[in-house]
Design a protein around this ligand. Structure first.
Ligand SMILES: Cc1cc2nc3c(=O)[nH]c(=O)nc-3n(C[C@H](O)[C@H](O)[C@H](O)COP(=O)(O)O)c2cc1C
Length: 160
């Protein structure tokens, strides 16, 4: 079962989680980067990122290589923005048909909204269920003792 972790991360928390998951399951990672980077500080960060998420934008991405034939499973990782999926993930889903693949997802948040964001992700994927779901609170900037256990439990659900 070949797995790829496709993720977006503005401030490193989702990237941190993606690397932990990749290490645990032996998968590869693909980090999506929008051509026009989102602001990463101050009011502009929340304003532009939040607006883009609420409007369900699909920003152009820097070139990336993804050959869907190579993978049986795609794990999608994103920071929750305004209770929504982060826009670069929407772009990826628009550009790549994941029909027939197993899909799991993890979300990083600072407080609340991940459940709602998973709902939006399922809508974008056109599926009712994901193979596994994981929610972490700022795992890099606010590490908590239970995080590694949560990651292990998530990975254990990804059975071949
Ligand atoms: C534009 C924007 C909107 C956000 N909206 C939410 C939110 O609705 N709920 C929440 O709990 N955290 C929210 N956050 C916080 C991030 O989801 C959280 O800090 C996450 O761990 C950041 O991941 P990253 O470091 O990979 O970018 C938001 C952050 C940004 C920049």
């Amino acid at each position: 079962m070949k797995t790829i972790i496709v993720f977006y991360s503005l401030e490193g928390n989702t990237a941190f989680a993606a690397n932990e998951i990749a290490a645990a399951i032996g998968g590869t990672t693909l980090r999506l980067r929008p051509k026009k980077a989102y602001p990463d500080s101050g009011f502009r960060k929340f304003f532009w990122g939040g607006k883009s998420a609420v409007m369900a934008e699909t920003p152009a991405l820097e070139p990336y290589f993804f050959d869907s034939e190579q993978y049986d499973r795609v794990i999608i990782g994103f920071p929750v923005w305004a209770g929504n999926v982060t826009p670069p993930i929407r772009t990826f889903l628009r550009e790549n048909d994941l029909t027939g693949k197993r899909v799991a997802a993890f979300a990083c948040e600072s407080g609340a909204g991940a459940e709602k964001a998973f709902g939006k992700l399922k809508e974008a994927l056109g599926r009712d269920e994901l193979e596994a779901e994981l929610i972490l609170i700022d795992p890099k900037t606010r590490p908590q003792p239970g995080n590694m256990e949560k990651i292990r439990e998530f990975c254990a659900k990804l059975k071949d």
